[in-house]
Write a new protein. Structure first.
Lengths: 178, 221
């Protein structure tokens, strides 16, 4: 990365979101000195964690040498504003927050929760990672993903739509097409 | 002896008629519903949690409101986020009611919570079915739109039975979640295997390859 003095002039927020349940392994991983220091080295100034119902509470801190500032909250009625002001999003693998982030064009690291019973969620993250729309990590590999990542090389996501579904439904029900 | 023989014959007769009727319903469901275009169809929309709701909303925004009314929304009882989200995303509830020519919001017991084991799911599913039956008798929709999760299964099974018994003919549309890339969800798989969905949409080409009767529609989000 370039000159750190230049970068720290503006706020560069990493927004971490676990969604409507809890994902302690992710919050814990973000709260390690290695990950925080790596984020600092990449030029991020603040870490904001939406921790949900988790029992692990990270340590609030202001920015100090080698570490970004860290703050957290449990829930918010809408995370859209946090996503909009973020420079990097680290999210659980739920499709809602994945696509909300991609549609905003924000660099995204999806961390798969391996404790869920039916772990189909990794399918989506892995497929989108293969298409270079995001990075896919596990809590234990988050550090490595951050240190290897190059957000500029991600491919912007082109939003899809439900038109094809509507057309098929119309045709099936005998409605004229739009 | 004779009466038990008659009993057996009757049972066989009833089963035969039911099987023929089920085959007819499945066969009929493969083809478009109307030859002439209908004016409007009463529509049941099953809302799920978080990401599911976002996908359903994307579909509802492109569907013409006047073709699908009155609208009935059903959400899982523990999932109070999705109904609220739908109501406040566009306009307040009262406005939405006027706009779609009568819409009702209802809640249903969940057959399975995210993370609940499959074994305890059996009991909760039975409760959910009873509740679903009550709601379906009240609504008797002509169109059912659902995209998982498990909440929609009891509703779709009942809708299918209504078709078999001639109570109400409905068209069931199931949109598999965008999160399903390589395998259908349990709900999707059940509706596919049992031929209960009139049309089943998938968002990834891998699924179309694996389940040829599905319709590939690309990503909704």
């Amino acid at each position: 990365m370039g000159d750190i003095d230049d970068i720290t002039k503006e706020k560069r927020v990493v927004f971490v979101t676990v969604g409507t349940t809890s994902f302690d392994a992710l919050v814990r991983a973000v709260d390690t000195p290695e990950v925080k220091n790596e984020l600092f080295k990449k030029g991020y100034t603040d870490i904001l964690i939406q921790m949900g119902r988790g029992s692990y509470t990270p340590t609030r801190a202001s920015a100090e040498n080698g570490f970004p500032a860290l703050d957290y909250f449990t829930f918010s009625s809408s995370i859209a504003d946090y996503l909009k002001s973020a420079s990097l999003v680290i999210s659980h693998a739920g499709s809602g927050s994945i696509f909300e982030t991609l549609r905003l064009g924000k660099p995204l690291i999806v961390v798969v929760n391996e404790d869920l019973m039916d772990n189909h969620q990794s399918e989506l993250a892995e497929e989108l990672a293969e298409r270079k729309h995001l990075y896919c990590a596990r809590p234990q590999t988050l550090y490595k993903t951050i240190s290897d990542m190059d957000p500029g090389s991600l491919v912007p996501y082109q939003p899809g739509g439900a038109k094809p579904v509507a057309e098929l439904i119309y045709r099936y029900l005998g409605f004229p097409e739009d | 002896m004779a009466s038990s023989n008659i009993g057996v014959l009757l049972t066989i007769g009833v089963i035969t008629v039911l099987v023929i009727r089920i085959i007819y319903v499945i066969h009929r469901s493969r083809k478009p519903l109307h030859s002439k275009s209908p004016r409007s169809l009463s529509t049941l929309i099953v809302l799920g949690s978080g990401g599911h709701t976002a996908e359903m909303l994307n579909l509802l925004y492109v569907l013409q409101t006047e073709r699908f009314k009155p609208r009935y929304y059903i959400a899982a009882a523990t999932d109070n986020m999705s109904l609220q989200k739908h109501m406040c995303l566009r306009i307040p509830c009262s406005e939405a009611l006027k706009e779609v020519g009568g819409a009702e919001f209802m809640q249903i017991y969940r057959s399975r919570e995210v993370g609940q084991s499959y074994i305890t799911s059996v009991g909760t599913t039975l409760v959910a079915i009873a509740h679903a039956l009550w709601l379906m008798i009240k609504i008797r929709p002509q169109v059912i739109l659902c995209n998982g999760p498990g909440t929609c299964i009891p509703l779709c099974v009942i809708a299918f039975l209504f078709k078999v018994l001639g109570i109400r003919w409905s068209s069931i549309f199931y949109v598999e979640s965008i999160a399903r890339v390589r395998k259908l969800s349990l709900s999707g798989l059940l509706l596919y295997k049992l031929h209960m969905a009139d049309q089943l949409f998938v968002q990834w080409p891998q699924l179309k390859e694996k389940y040829p009767r599905a319709h590939y529609v690309g990503l909704l989000m």
